[in-house]
Design a protein around this ligand. Structure first.
Ligand code: ZN
Length: 86
């Protein structure tokens, strides 16, 4: 699995957490401390820094949604809006 990190990722992560008010996209509760790729970059490395593919998530913060999810596909209820016309 590709390694996630670097300055660019940290900046985007903080931006996403701020814009979404820390609301975790998996459990919809506030307090997210990290961000997650809706489509794992394992499958789409080109989406690593695409804002629409990144959502705030609990990582080290309870209930650690991102850690229990791993890199399984996102729920069908989550829609990724990269195909619409802007
Ligand atoms: Zn959560």
């Amino acid at each position: 699995m590709p390694r996630i990190g670097g300055h660019r990722w940290r900046v985007l992560k903080q931006q996403v957490i701020a814009e979404e008010g820390g609301i975790c996209h998996l459990c919809h509760a506030p307090g997210s401390d990290s961000a997650d790729h809706l489509i794992p970059i394992e499958f789409r490395p080109d989406l690593e820094f695409v804002r629409e593919n990144v959502r705030a998530v609990h990582h080290n913060a309870w209930p650690r949604c991102n850690r229990t999810r791993g890199s399984k596909p996102v729920p069908a209820t989550t829609t990724l809006r990269t195909t619409r016309d802007w």
